[in-house]
Design a protein around this ligand. Structure first.
Ligand SMILES: NC(=O)c1ccc[n+]([C@@H]2O[C@H](COP(=O)([O-])OP(=O)(O)OC[C@H]3O[C@@H](n4cnc5c(N)ncnc54)[C@H](OP(=O)(O)O)[C@@H]3O)[C@@H](O)[C@H]2O)c1
Length: 344
């Protein structure tokens, strides 16, 4: 769903020749319904995959999707549109893997990132959709923050300050008018700071008694839109209860691997965090991909510094907002659900 948008296009690109999943239907708004997918204005690099060119874009309606007899649905719909249709699909017995914010903060819906909180998938057992369920992935900026924080959690994370420099693709295909953003920085992105604050604490919280107890640290986020195309750069400062040197923090992040790597999931990167050593890295234009094996699923970290005798660790991170922050994250979640036997 939402297959013609930026995230939808990344889904189509990443699902081409996927070892588990085959795309059989694509939906969008009434504006695109009835057109061949080949007429989509393709903005995510490369060519429209052949498997999608011949598919007709359909309306995002329950009956349309059920007619395809699908096993699962990926959603790249705008938040406001996603709420009802995702719930209706789950109620109709389908697993829904969603990028939209609509259900992320529902008590019974996990915001899953299997490197960070794989056990949160069990929260779907508390949903009352019957056979179906909803699993979300986080907001794009949050995906970088939680991956970088995850290996630091055992050092008693107390406060997190995040300042973002977010690319225009984060606002969708028609998101930011060029007259607003060229030669400019806009120090406001609607609802983004709240999402970083709430989603990070939920994702790094503990699941027990069928609910998630959010992590106890405080998060203060400040978000800005900058005139880059892809890749959100984020400055992160973490206050720790157990001090650590910058060198050790860097090494812990460098060594970090988790469940998707052990399971060899197809979309899992070899290293969730790639620590760059250059004094002026990571940079959106240079570091979104570090080479042919880097599909955009690794978060780049650089300039790791310590202050206050190691009580504060500061660093920059760079996350590919439409891949690790969106479509790639949802596909990894579905792969993990399959590995866990939650979907066949
Ligand atoms: N961009 C990112 O970096 C990013 C990262 C993480 C999460 N997300 C989330 O992912 C979702 C998609 O974002 P995006 O950036 O891909 O947005 P987008 O480029 O604006 O694409 C939106 C998609 O939804 C469809 N759509 C719009 N209104 C609709 C309606 N009334 N009924 C059915 N379909 C409708 C559009 O179809 P038409 O082409 O026909 O208009 C298009 O396929 C959003 O919830 C967003 O918050 C985005």
């Amino acid at each position: 769903m939402g297959a013609t948008g930026i995230v939808g296009q990344q889904f189509v690109r990443l699902l081409d020749e996927h070892p588990y999943f085959e795309v059989v239907g694509l939906t969008a708004s009434d504006r695109s319904a009835g057109k061949m997918y080949s007429s989509t204005e393709w903005v995510v690099g490369g060519q429209i995959p052949d498997m999608a060119k011949g598919l007709l874009v359909e309306e995002t309606r329950l009956e349309t999707i059920l007619r395809h007899d699908v096993d699962l649905v990926f959603s790249a719909l705008p938040g406001g549109i996603a709420y009802d249709i995702e719930a209706a699909l789950a109620r109709a017995g389908l697993p829904v893997f969603s990028n939209a914010s609509a259900h992320r903060m529902d008590r019974d819906v996990p915001i899953l990132c299997p490197e960070v909180n794989s056990q949160h998938i069990d929260l779907i057992q508390t949903q009352d959709y019957g056979e179906g369920f909803i699993v979300t992935n986080s907001n794009c900026s949050v995906s970088g923050v939680v991956l970088a924080l995850s290996p630091l959690m055992s050092y008693d994370v107390r406060d997190v300050f995040v300042t973002t420099y977010q690319a225009v693709s984060g606002a969708g295909r028609h998101g930011v008018a060029s007259l607003d953003i060229l030669s400019n920085v806009i120090p406001y992105i609607a609802k983004e700071e709240e999402k970083i604050e709430n989603e990070s604490r939920k994702m790094l919280g503990q699941l027990g008694d069928g609910m998630i107890q959010p992590a106890e640290f405080d998060v203060c986020a400040s978000c800005a839109r900058v005139p880059t195309i892809n890749g959100h750069l984020e400055s992160v400062v973490v206050r720790l209860g157990r001090p650590i040197t910058a060198q050790d923090a860097e090494e812990i992040m460098r060594q970090f691997t988790s469940v998707p790597q052990r399971l060899h999931l197809p979309t899992a990167p070899e290293r969730p965090l790639i620590v760059l050593s250059g004094s002026d890295r990571p940079q959106p234009r240079r570091d979104l991909s570090t080479g042919p094996g880097d599909t955009g699923m690794s978060v780049k970290v650089g300039r790791v510094r310590e202050k206050c005798n190691g009580e504060l660790i500061a660093f920059f991170l760079l996350v590919h907002n439409t891949i690790r922050g969106a479509a790639g994250a949802a596909i990894l979640n579905a792969e993990f659900a399959k590995a866990r036997g939650v979907i066949p």
